[in-house]
Design a protein around this ligand. Structure first.
Ligand code: G
Ligand code: G
Ligand code: G
Ligand code: MN
Ligand code: NA
Length: 255
């Protein structure tokens, strides 16, 4: 109950902030950041998103919070754009809650943020989950196409952990699959994880999709993933999520 009460005023009390986790290509060049939300409350301390996002969804607060994330991230991105982005940089990835996406107003809300912030929409990558693609397929596809017309890209987050039917992928304008970190974690110990990643990478190649491996924590893991044919990476081996000032430094060192 304390958490619910505190969450109500988190946005207006300025308790939310964003961190940015680098995404790199096979040459180690910075290609993007995943935007990750943080909540710091005086009484509760730092509450992890795994704990408060499901509650925000239940409370009907995820739209407001999701709007804050998108608006704040896009404003940060326009600042970076003005400084000049590295050639390798493709944009920022924003996690979209299924509840947020399901709102009729979602497409207009995104357009509003693009208009307000003057962000280059081709630098936006929306992370959605497999589960969002199995219900209300027609309306989900329609929204995705409308956003695609705005040049926004889509990635499937935690890929491989959800519904195993791959057929749905062809119905949606998806650009990238993010291999879930559980497969990467087990890569050297569990032959099944190796087979699964191999299958995802070859399927993605056939479907003209990019693949990014999440949760890469070591040089060895990066090497195995590279040998399989994965060319994009994110994880503690490269960097943990960092605050905007350090992210700005990473960008300026990359130009
Ligand atoms: O750093 P990590 O603890 O940030 O994230 C934990 C979980 O919270 C992940 O599943 C991640 O997708 C989710 N998450 C982080 N930031 C956001 C956000 O801005 N919006 C949504 N919907 N989920 C987020
Ligand atoms: O390609 P497919 O038939 O699976 O597309 C799924 C849905 O997306 C259909 O309703 C189709 O009409 C719609 N769609 C396909 N291409 C576009 C497009 O370029 N723009 C928009 N707005 N909708 C599209
Ligand atoms: O569900 P999603 O992929 O959006 O969430 C990403 C989560 O993974 C965040 O909580 C982020 O902090 C975490 N993360 C990012 N890199 C690593 C890593 O190398 N190892 C582990 N264990 N977690 C990571
Ligand atoms: Mn994510
Ligand atoms: Na993920």
């Amino acid at each position: 109950a304390l958490l619910e009460k505190a969450l109500h005023s988190a946005v207006s009390n300025d308790e939310l902030y964003l961190v940015y986790q680098p995404q790199v290509n096979e040459n180690g060049l910075l290609i993007g950041f995943e935007v990750l939300l943080r909540w710091s409350n005086d009484e509760l301390g730092l509450v992890p998103p795994d704990r408060f996002i499901p509650i925000a969804e239940e409370m009907g607060m995820i739209e407001e919070i999701g709007y804050w994330v998108m608006d704040t991230a896009c404003r940060q991105l326009t600042v970076w754009q003005e400084k000049g982005l590295p050639l390798s940089f493709r944009g920022i990835a924003i996690n979209i809650s299924p509840y947020q996406f399901a709102k009729d107003s979602f497409v207009d809300t995104v357009k509003e943020v693009i208009d307000n912030t003057h962000v280059d929409p081709s630098l936006l990558d929306f992370e959605i989950t497999e589960g969002m693609l199995v219900e209300n397929i027609a309306s989900v596809a329609e929204k995705m196409w409308l956003l695609k017309e705005q040049q926004v890209r889509f990635s499937i987050d935690d890929f491989g952990t959800g519904y195993s039917s791959l057929r749905y992928l062809q119905h949606f304008p998806i650009d990238q699959l993010k291999i879930d970190q559980s497969f990467v974690r087990d890569l050297s110990s569990d032959p099944n994880s190796h087979v699964i990643i191999n299958t995802i990478v070859s399927m993605a190649a056939h479907m003209n999709l990019s693949v990014l491996a999440e949760g890469v924590e070591s040089y060895a893991e990066k090497g195995i993933l590279e040998a399989i044919g994965c060319a994009r990476f994110q994880g503690y081996y490269f960097s943990k999520p960092v605050k905007s000032d350090l992210a700005t430094q990473y960008l300026s060192h990359s130009t």
